[in-house]
Every structure is written in C-alpha cells, then in structure tokens.
Design a protein around this ligand. Structure first.
Ligand SMILES: [Zn+2]
Length: 298
C-alpha cells in the first residue's frame, strides 16, 4: 500500500519547475503553437480495459524522436492519476539520452498532474512527483542550462504530441511496457497500491454486499413498488421522490405504494380480520388500487 509522508518538503522549498499560466483552451493551444523550446515533451496517463498505463513522447524541432511506455497495473490497484504522475518522470528519462538539453516544454492534459509538479502537499501519488524532482536535479547536473516549463495541452484537440502520448498510454495499459532497463531505476519495481484505488475497491465491494443483502431481503419486492432498482438507486430515488415532503406525508406515500395500510386487504393479510373484501362495496379485496380507483362506494 502507498505510504504518504506527512511532510514531503521543507517549508522553504520552491519547485524549480515553472508552470505556465493559461486563459482557456484557445490560449493554451496558442501557447503550444508558439512554443519555441528546444525539446517538447508530451506525457499522458490512461485507464483502459481495467489497466492503467503511462507514456511520454519527446519531440525536437517538431520531429518526434523517442517515446517511453509503462504499464502500472490493474485499475483496481492504481488510479489513472498515478499514470498521469508517472509520465513526467518517463519524459525526463527520455531527455537523459539527449546529448544536450536546455529549454524543455512539458505538455500535460491533466491539470491536477500539472499542479502536482509544483506542489509540496502530501496527497495521493504525490511521492511520484518526488521521483520526478530528484530525476530533474540529476539531469540538471549534466545539463546546467536545463529549464522545464510545464503547460496545459487541451486533450482531444488534435495536438499531435498529445494524441501520440494518449495513444501510447493506452497501448501501455493494454499491451505492457517498454523494456524495463529503459525505465527510470525507481520505476523498475512494481508500484505500491494506491490508497484511493483501494478505498474505491472497498466501497465497490461494500455496495455489492449491500445490494445483495437488499435483494435477498423480504422487503425487496415490496419496496420495488416505491422505487425500482438496487439499494443505491432505490435510496437515491426515494430521496428524490420524498424531497420537500414532511414525515407524515412520506409515511402516507410509503403506505400507499407498499399497500401496507389500514385497508382490508392488508389487515386480512396480517390476520387482523377475516375477509379482505371491501367493506363498502363488498365486491373485491380492498386494495389501494381498489380503494382509490375502482370502488364505486368510496
Ligand atoms: Zn369497494
């Protein structure tokens, strides 16, 4: 299981990675078009067919030069956000192979991952950003002029690098990873399970148990008359139906929908009286339907 440090950084820590500001999609796309950095990195994370993958694609002078893929594992153990957070480190690994590196634009389509690159908060998958920063420091030793600017690339807008990274991340999720020796050292072992993924899985199991119990309960069929569906849907529908009603009215509504009320059909059912027949017309059992819609005497 993933461990979170209470404090990741010193209070005076400042990220060396700069984050671009953008105003809306148009502005972001314009920034990419006008990007004059020496290298462009596009990274992405993806969850598909129950698996999570991550990728980085490196461009130089508008030409794609290399890429790296990593399969993180099952979606029940790793979140897609983790894939997004691994991407930047894969990108630095690609830069390591370059002879000279100075200005780099790192384009990511996930805003949470972008802010994580400059955050010292201790949240889910944030430890992966610590790897990113230490890889960055090591790379900076070899390339003192290294400067990375992180920016937002709107997804599915036809930006070539983003489309490529998206495709590679999906491929990584389904088919697997680049040879292990190409990945950053710390990523060669499998990642610990995400606590948030574990929580989600636990909640899913719990919901299933609750739905199963509800389905087996003798009240299930009766309550379907009030609202149809499994436990969660029924609870939500019930809240919608009864919104704004006072408790006595909710009680009447449930009585009418379930048929559990002081009408003869029900009183007979619970053996309080001998005959279920309507005391007024004496023609049919006195059900809610009969009482409200059929009975000529009421
Ligand atoms: Zn009647």
């Amino acid at each position: 299981m993933e461990k979170r440090q209470a404090v990741r950084k010193q209070a005076d820590w400042e990220s060396e990675i700069r984050i671009r500001q953008w105003e809306g999609k148009e502005d972001a796309l314009k920034q990419i078009e006008e990007d004059d950095a020496e290298h462009q990195l596009f990274t992405d994370g993806s969850g598909i067919k129950g698996m999570v993958g991550s990728s980085a694609v490196l461009y130089k002078g508008g030409r794609r030069i290399s890429s790296l893929q990593m399969q993180l594992g099952k979606e029940t153990e790793h979140e897609v956000f983790k894939g997004e957070s691994v991407g930047p480190s894969l990108g630095l690994e690609l830069l390591k192979k370059e002879r000279s590196v100075s200005t780099v634009s790192l384009w990511i389509d996930n805003t949470a991952a972008i802010s994580a690159t400059g955050s010292m908060a201790s949240g889910p998958a944030h430890y992966l950003m610590d790897h990113f920063h230490s890889l960055y420091s090591r790379l900076k030793q070899h390339h003192p002029n290294l400067m990375i600017m992180v920016g937002w690339v709107p997804g599915h807008e036809g930006v070539e690098g983003n489309e490529a990274a998206d495709e590679e991340a999906k491929e990584a999720a389904v088919r697997g990873l680049s040879p292990k020796q190409l990945l950053p050292h710390t990523f060669r072992k499998s990642f610990p399970m995400s606590s948030s993924a574990a929580r989600k899985m636990f909640a899913k199991d719990l919901n299933k148990t609750r739905d199963d119990m509800f389905r087996q309960s003798p009240r299930f069929t009766r309550f379907q008359k009030v609202a149809k569906g499994d436990a969660t849907t029924v609870a939500q529908k019930f809240q919608t139906i009864t919104k704004g009603l006072v408790k006595p009215h909710i009680s009447i509504l449930v009585h009418l929908r379930t048929g559990h009320c002081y009408l003869y059909a029900h009183l007979h059912c619970i053996r309080k009286i001998d005959s279920p027949h309507c005391p007024a017309c004496k023609r049919e059992p006195e059900t809610v339907y009969h009482f409200l819609l059929q009975c000529p005497a009421h």
